[in-house]
Design a protein around this ligand. Structure first.
Ligand SMILES: NC(=O)c1ccc[n+]([C@@H]2O[C@H](COP(=O)([O-])OP(=O)(O)OC[C@H]3O[C@@H](n4cnc5c(N)ncnc54)[C@H](O)[C@@H]3O)[C@@H](O)[C@H]2O)c1
Length: 307
């Protein structure tokens, strides 16, 4: 298909501005037509720096956007608690959907959204970007090719540098649905299927997190029917920077993903010991290749070149 796919970007906060907006604009097969955002002044000012033909509208104008036949797909980047409504409205209007993770915050509504997409024969893609990270992708390929044979255990560490604002935490669904969900997705992707036993512990070190009845430090242990055991160590704030590490131990060796998180690979050795630059301060810097690659994958899926 040589024609471009018309896109409406819904929700124009941090994620949309630092990631999806630029990847959509740069993609030769995508044409950003609308931005739907509560704060239209903020969105218009930002969008105008790049293009003056993108129409910025408030949520009350959603139907006009969805009735526009030149829009083929929506990118939903609103707070998580608004995803379901926009997914259903988009599917009802015959549009394919790219939705930021998590699709919704509970299993029943997530299943309903996928069932609706299936019934309508439309693409519903959830933005689990980490699958598209070059290192994680390589780990997955190696496991699939049998390099370490049977997975016996997976250990992951996932830490953000800075606690998200309370406004974000409130609508996020909590640390498990919002943050650990990436690791749940990866564990299932590597091992296949669902765990048969799940155990979790957590603690709220921050007052604002405690007030939301959430936790900011968590440990999850999951056992899969194959016997594989997964442990996830997740933390909303780590002073030293964004950190993601993964170790997969199999019956014939171990695969490690351990050196992500630094802007360069330069190390200096001297009287002060081993010095390197500070780790990345934000998740986008760590995962930017994966954000771009997942948009590429979405376009391939839109065009039917992959399943
Ligand atoms: N893949 C990742 O690693 C990753 C990272 C961060 C956030 N996210 C996901 O992205 C989504 C957005 O997160 P964010 O950090 O950009 O949040 P944010 O709060 O910065 O942005 C949300 C934007 O949506 C707007 N908005 C609120 N309600 C709306 C509505 N009903 N209609 C239209 N616009 C509305 C807000 O004004 C704001 O501009 C969340 O679902 C989050 O889980 C994913």
């Amino acid at each position: 298909m040589s024609q471009k796919h018309g896109i409406a970007l819904i929700g124009f906060g941090r994620m949309a501005r630092i990631s999806h907006f630029r990847h959509i604009l740069c993609h030769p097969k995508l044409d950003l037509k609308y931005v739907v955002e509560k704060d239209t002044a903020m969105a218009s000012n930002f969008v105008k720096q790049y293009r003056d033909d993108i129409v910025v509208v408030p949520p009350s104008d959603l139907q006009t956007v969805l009735e526009d036949k030149s829009v083929d797909a929506t990118f939903i980047c609103t707070p998580t608690d608004a995803h379901e409504e926009y997914i259903k409205a988009s599917l009802n209007a015959g549009k394919a959907v790219f939705c930021e993770k998590p699709l919704t915050t509970d299993e029943a509504s997530t299943q309903t959204c996928y069932a609706e997409a299936k019934k309508k024969g439309l693409l519903l893609f959830c933005g689990f970007n980490r699958r598209f990270d070059p290192s994680i992708n390589s780990l997955h390929r190696r496991i699939q090719e049998g390099e370490i044979e049977q997975i016996k255990n997976i250990r992951t560490i996932v830490r953000d540098k800075t606690l998200q604002p309370k406004e974000y935490l409130k609508t996020s669904g909590g640390i498990f649905a919002d943050s650990v969900v990436h690791e749940f997705d990866l564990a299932g992707w590597f091992i296949g299927g669902l765990p048969s036993v799940v155990y979790a512990q957590g603690h709220a070190w921050f007052e604002e997190v405690r007030e939301l009845d959430d936790v900011d430090q968590a440990l999850v242990v999951m056992k899969y029917p194959s016997g594989a055991i997964v442990t996830i160590d997740a933390c909303r704030e780590a002073k030293y920077g964004v950190d993601h590490r993964m170790e997969i131990h199999g019956s014939n060796g171990v695969c490690l993903q351990q050196e992500g998180g630094y802007p360069t690979s330069v190390v200096s050795l001297g009287d002060n010991g081993e010095l390197r630059e500070n780790r990345y301060a934000d998740y986008y810097a760590l995962w930017k290749d994966s954000f771009e690659a997942q948009v590429e994958h979405f376009v391939d899926a839109l065009e039917g070149t992959i399943l």
